[in-house]
Write a protein that binds this ligand. Structure first.
Ligand code: ASP
Length: 309
């Protein structure tokens, strides 16, 4: 039996109905559903899970309302620095980039690191050099500009704090995808512009294998979103896999344990999307909302934003 599955997210945080217009809500949900549909079609056409999470995250990166690729948040220096990672559950290969600039689709670069280098994680100027050598699409700084993100930076640039893109009712965040393909292979991918006003080369959980992204055919594929420092300390994505491997927990039990208990106890806000080798999907978050959606053989395509949906 073929147990295809695909789940995506566009960030978790303080996303509340009271701060949203019906028009904007529709815009987000239409986009989530359009991308899910396109990604699921690829799976049905026998594309591999790793290609599907890459393609799906690229579509999410191109949507300017999500904080990844085009529309990423601004750093303190009024620029954009991207983090991204991808992992293949079949062979445990992974690729990631951190604090890289001017890459149109950072997930494509992470995939190139996985497929065409001996490394797992490249950063900054070196990652850009690698991108140029590999012919990865670049984009000039204005491509990433959005007024909303610039206004967000202006509000907090004088302070020493960084801000989750979706904090304070700003409803946008990191993007990610997890999938199971016809061969039973799992894959996960995550991409972000990080946190508004970040500086000193700050890197979050998104490019950290085991925190922001993890995939293993024996257990699950996970993509995280939320306050990265906490996700790194709680090793969120790998911990979910470990609970399944060593404690025989189901996908949902493992996600609940890590996100609602362990992560919440250290003050970490956010969530995960995950799928297992049975094609089950779990979308678990401890924040008011998470842009999310899923589709599988047993689950009709759906998208949701708030908790009580
Ligand atoms: N996890 C990302 C980071 O800390 C932010 C997010 O998910 O919104 O960079």
């Amino acid at each position: 039996m073929q147990k295809l599955s695909l789940a995506i997210h566009g960030g978790a945080g303080t996303i509340e109905k009271s701060t949203m217009t019906a028009q904007k809500e529709k815009l987000y949900k239409d986009e989530l559903e359009r991308i899910l549909k396109a990604g699921y079609q690829l799976l049905n056409d026998h594309a591999s899970a790793i290609d599907v999470v890459d393609q799906t995250v690229q579509m999410l990166e191109d949507f300017p309302l999500f904080n990844a690729g085009k529309g990423s948040v601004f750093t303190h220096d009024k620029t954009h620095e991207f983090d991204a990672s991808i992992m293949c559950g079949k062979n445990l290969k992974a690729g990631a980039v951190a604090a890289v600039k001017n890459i149109k689709n950072p997930i494509a670069l992470a995939k190139a690191v996985m497929e065409s280098s001996d490394y797992v994680l490249l950063s900054g100027a070196g990652a850009l050099e690698f991108a140029q050598l590999r012919g990865i699409a670049l984009a000039d700084t204005p491509y990433f500009y959005t007024q909303e993100r610039y206004d967000q930076l202006m509000k907090i640039i004088e302070s020493s704090s960084t801000q989750l893109d979706h904090a304070g009712g700003k409803p946008i965040g990191t993007v990610g995808a997890v999938a199971r393909d016809y061969q039973g292979n799992l894959a996960a991918a995550t991409s972000t512009g990080g946190m508004t006003n970040k500086r000193f080369g700050r890197v979050g959980d998104t490019p950290i294998i085991g925190a922001g992204t993890y995939a293993n055919n024996l257990t699950c594929a996970v993509s995280s979103t939320g306050h990265g420092e906490y996700f790194i300390r709680a090793v969120v994505a790998y911990d979910i896999s470990c609970l399944m491997a060593y404690k025989n927990m189901t996908l949902y039990q493992a996600c609940e344990k890590v996100v609602m208990d362990k992560l919440a106890k250290v003050g970490g806000e956010g969530g995960v999307i995950a799928t297992d080798n049975e094609g089950n999907i779990a979308l678990v978050f401890n924040s008011p909302g998470m842009y999310r959606g899923g589709v599988s053989k047993d689950l009709p395509l759906f998208s949701a934003i708030y908790k009580e949906e």
